[in-house]
Design a protein around this ligand. Sequence first.
Ligand SMILES: Nc1ncnc2c1ncn2[C@@H]1O[C@H](COP(=O)(O)OP(=O)(O)OP(=O)(O)O)[C@@H](O)[C@H]1O
Ligand SMILES: [Mg+2]
Length: 362
Amino acid sequence: METFRAFLHAFQLRGFPWVSIRIVVALPEVILGIETSCDDTAAAVVIGGQLSANVVASQQTTHLRYGGVVPELASRDHQRRIVPVVRQALQEAGLHPQDLDAIAVTYGPGLVGSLLVGLSFAKAFALGLGRPLIGVNHLEGHIYSVFIEPPSPPFPYLCLIVSGGHTQLVRVDAGFRHTLLGRTRDDAAGEAFDKVARLLGLGYPGGPEIDRLARQGRPDFVTFPRPRLEGYDFSFSGLKTAVRYYLDQFSQAERIRLLEQHRADLCASFQQAVVDVLIDTLRRAILDTGLRHVAIVGGVSANSGLRAAAQALAESLDVQLYIPPLPYCMDNAAMIAITGYFKAKSGWKSPLTLAATPTLSD
Ligand SMILES: Nc1ncnc2c1ncn2[C@@H]1O[C@H](COP(=O)(O)OP(=O)(O)OP(=O)(O)O)[C@@H](O)[C@H]1O
Ligand SMILES: [Mg+2]
């Protein structure tokens, strides 16, 4: 309820008596969220702004041996899992399909074959039940993931999105009103973690592995570059290349020995460089914008080094920091359901002709 009040506030409906809104309009309360933009098949239920069920079937094992997501395998896996995952979410929430008020679904950005499975299912389900379809931008889902569980930030807030495909700094002024302040010009932070993990002989996804090893390593073992760009833009491909050049100076035998002895040190050194770049940009943006509430979302927000550095930054600048609990950092349908809930409340409805949009921007 508090969360919705914050959104009403943001939509400048504050002057409305809250009770009368409930009487005049039949507000949608029960939202099913579906997320299939990459390699996680996920469904969640939000009732009255509270999360009631959150199911994620990860395909990690399917893609492990290929060192990355194979799009064709991902979409086939979504097809196999979508019905059981939705059924489980409804069961956990104690609901029948007819109890749903709306179906929210990710329609981009992401892999087209993966998006199509979730979107086609959601359209058919919405049509069959006679309920509205609500298309959700996956990145908006990440942005509003801080509203799944309290504490949630009041508007306006600064939001750093650090995920597998995106690194963006966004100013969020109100519900669904945000401005892009900066973005990566090449690799996303998560992508850099995954690519460097591969160079260091670690599995996919690399972020969690680097994070785990970095805790045992020395961050000053190698000083990798910390690219600083104009404004609030980021660049991570040079950093990844610097790791490769560092390794390339050794013969194969030396490299094997180096990795045996110093893999954790290299993980810690690389991670520290990424964290320094993100925190430096965040610090400048906080000081320049004067915003007092800061959120960090997306898969890389699970990183323990980034979380600790962000907490220290927040304390030093006396700002409030909001990072979702770990299950809501990586892809999940709870963030799609909560975003769908806010969209439904504001009367949003998507046409059944809504297309999967792999390159959908913010
Ligand atoms: N503890 C961690 N430390 C660093 N990176 C991590 C950690 N946990 C996950 N990641 C990274 O997060 C990324 C996955 O995040 P997410 O699921 O949000 O991305 P995505 O959905 O693939 O991309 P996008 O949201 O941009 O479309 C991967 O690159 C993964 O390595
Ligand atoms: Mg994501």
